[in-house]
Design a binder for this molecule. Structure first.
Ligand code: C5P
Length: 286
């Protein structure tokens, strides 16, 4: 049996994000169309006789038990009753505290890798249920592509792939903690505009122009996170089809149908911001 497997763990953007309610346990009910993009971490999982170890190339990412990859190994082995341990190597490209789902992507890749290494003991539905206990975005990351996510992220409805395009990502230096962003929305006594329907319809029709017009995010409407309005204004000079905030921020993305305009926009943003990428939408993981 194979002992090591290496997978790509793709970042996500939220084409729309409605905060539609709050559960008794404090978790928020969302409606969001999420899309995986080509910026990715590389996750290598090796089976070991005992113990769990997580190593990571990036500063500011915990190496040990606090890493979501560690929780993913622990949860998988416990659920399946498979003895032994695993070693995980994370080569990170996706910035942390960015709204790009990097941690959830890594956790999902670890679950997929272990399931393959152990001879597929879990169905994709069981894997998704396990993932939901690890992080709200993990079920989406297991699925990938273009998906309507509801509940706290565990209700997954795959949509047709969004039309191909260029997605410029720009992350300002600040990091945003997801729990703090949700708490700030609660304090703002914010009422959702519930605007995901336009995005769902545009994706179903394969209409990139309508999609660009309907991008929306309640975190942006409620909080206007620092520097995001400025990045959107800089992007608008390059005529994107639309620009939006990803997750609870602070990463801003712009959609372009013209690769050259996307590259020009990215070059311009790099004069002021250190973390800028031109990416493409990607489909389900292999
Ligand atoms: O599940 P995950 O680790 O991604 O969530 C981090 C935190 O973000 C949660 O502990 C919770 O405070 C907040 N959260 C929320 N509603 C969601 C997802 C996350 O309130 N749907």
């Amino acid at each position: 049996m194979k002992e090591t497997i290496t997978l790509r763990a793709a970042a996500k953007i939220n084409l729309c994000l409605d905060i539609v309610g709050r559960r008794a346990d404090g978790y928020h009910l969302l409606r969001s169309v999420m899309q995986t993009v080509s910026l990715c971490d590389t996750v290598t999982v090796t089976r070991r006789e005992t113990g769990i170890s997580v190593r990571c190339n990036a500063h500011g990412v915990p190496n040990g038990a606090e890493n979501i990859a560690h929780t993913a190994v622990e949860t998988f082995l416990k659920a399946t009753g498979i003895p032994g341990g695993a070693e995980v190597l994370l080569e990170k490209q996706i910035p942390v505290q960015a709204g790009l789902g990097g941690g959830s992507a890594d956790g999902a890749a670890v679950l997929r890798a272990l399931n393959t290494l152990c001879g597929m003991p879990l169905t994709s539905r069981q894997l998704s249920e396990l993932g939901a206990g690890i992080g709200a975005d993990v079920p989406f990351c297991l699925c990938g592509g273009t998906v309507l996510c509801e509940g706290v992220g565990e209700q997954i409805t795959p949509l047709p792939p969004m039309p191909d395009c260029f997605v410029v990502l720009c992350k300002p230096e600040i990091g945003v903690s997801t729990p703090e962003a949700f708490a700030a929305v609660d304090r703002a006594d914010f009422c959702s505009a519930r605007s995901c329907d336009g995005v769902v319809e545009a994706v179903r029709c394969g209409d990139l122009i309508a999609l660009g017009r309907h991008l929306s995010n309640d975190f942006y409407l409620a909080l206007r996170p620092l520097q995001t309005a400025e990045i959107m204004a800089l992007m608008s000079a390059f005529s994107p089809l639309g620009a939006g905030l990803s997750g609870s921020g602070p990463t801003v993305f712009g959609l372009f149908d013209d690769g050259k305009a996307a590259e020009r926009c990215a070059d311009h943003l790099r004069r002021q911001y250190g973390q800028v990428w031109v990416t493409r939408p990607v489909g389900r993981p292999d």
